[in-house]
Design a protein around this ligand. Structure first.
Ligand SMILES: *Cc1c(COP(=O)(O)O)cnc(C)c1O
Length: 358
């Protein structure tokens, strides 16, 4: 019998997606976003596969430390910066680049900058209202960074787009206008685009791009899939059928008996559940590939199992392979059934699911 659930990671597809992003962004440098365990794909193996990236970006200090411990030598950007003096010293020790998005972080740098000269990315809030200095606060923040002693290795500027996943959304243009107004006349390298910014309609000229999802081959847009953007899915979440039963019309399946067979049915029990990171809310009708053919999930998702109606399929038996998402079943499609986004499905793949590099 084939093995149970595993996430097969196609490292060639990762490299293809990076090359596709470079093709799309011309001379921009690429900061590969590998936070949240590289969106579930494995932090270290992903970074090793993306050895061609100009830098890596993570959300937390610990993620950066893991990369350095694995021998990653490229620049590593802490997208949320540091919050304590101890973290700042750690960041210095490992040569991380810092995002600075609020006054407390400025104070830390002013107090501790003798420890190290950082590449400092000043974050400007152009409308997301999450992190960053507002356009009004920015000039003062910049001059404080410019006055640091010793001077930063380099000052760079970034902002983050709130609505780039909706193509040609007017908010994106407004954010861009605000960013240009705040930074006009300044000669610093800038970064604006995430995956949606890279593949969206609005032309964003930046020195650095920050793709996350696109590297993993999925589309950030609500419609369509990564392959329409020239990307290749990196993760295939594979498992197999561990039991098969035949239920008579009217019989119920699973916790709560929420599904009853509309006709005599063949039900495959597949080894994948919310303990592996599938949302428990995944509704009946969500497609699962059984032996390469789509079949609908029925009843509730259990911790370790789901039930799939395979009545319409040919021969199914214990050990038949099943795929939750991958090349032949885009994670974007599953996300639409789950009323979520591919980001959440990919990040949620749990610790107990082994990664298998290919
Ligand atoms: C996560 C993140 C990204 C990557 O976003 P994608 O939509 O996955 O491309 C880029 N920039 C910042 C600041 C982020 O937090």
């Amino acid at each position: 019998m084939s093995r149970l659930i595993r996430a097969v990671i196609d490292t060639r597809a990762l490299r293809h997606n990076l090359a596709r992003i470079r093709e799309r962004t011309g001379r921009a440098r690429v900061m590969a976003v590998v936070k949240a365990n590289a969106y579930g794909h494995g932090l270290v193996p992903t970074a090793l596969a993306l050895s061609d990236a100009d830098a890596f970006a993570v959300a937390r200090l610990e993620e950066g430390l893991t990369l350095r411990a694995a021998g990653i030598t490229q620049p590593i950007v802490l997208l949320e910066g540091v919050f304590t003096a101890a973290q700042l010293l750690e960041a210095a020790r490992h040569g991380f680049d810092l995002v600075v998005h609020d006054a407390l972080q400025l104070e830390l740098l002013e107090e501790m900058s003798a420890a190290h000269r950082f590449v400092v990315w000043i974050k400007i809030d152009t409308g997301m209202n999450r992190l960053g200095f507002t356009a009004r606060e920015f000039a003062a923040a910049l001059s404080r960074v410019q006055r640091l002693q010793p001077a930063p290795l380099e000052i760079r500027l970034l902002t983050h787009l709130a609505c780039a996943d909706e193509r040609d959304n007017v908010v994106t243009r407004e954010q861009l206008t605000r960013f240009r107004a705040a930074t006009s006349g300044l000669d610093y390298r800038v970064s604006i685009a995430n995956s949606a910014g890279i593949f969206g309609q609005v032309q964003l000229n930046c020195d650095w791009v920050r793709p996350g999802l696109a590297l993993y081959g999925a589309s950030p847009f609500a419609d369509g899939t990564g392959s329409a953007l020239g990307l290749e899915p990196v993760m295939t979440l594979e498992t197999s059928v561990i039991a098969l039963r035949h239920v008579a019309r009217g019989e119920r399946v699973g916790y709560g008996g929420t599904w009853s067979a509309p006709r005599d049915a063949a039900i495959a029990i597949v080894a994948a559940g919310y303990g592996d990171g599938l949302p428990r809310s995944l509704p009946g009708g969500t497609p699962v590939l059984v032996n390469g053919a789509r079949a609908p999930l029925v009843g509730r998702v259990s911790m370790d199992m789901i039930a799939v109606d395979v009545t319409e399929l040919g021969e199914t038996h214990v050990g038949t392979p099943a795929i939750l998402w991958g090349r032949a079943l885009p994670v974007e499609e599953v996300a639409r059934h789950a009323l979520t986004i591919p980001y959440e499905l990919l990040c949620s793949v749990s610790q107990r699911v082994p990664l298998e590099l290919r």
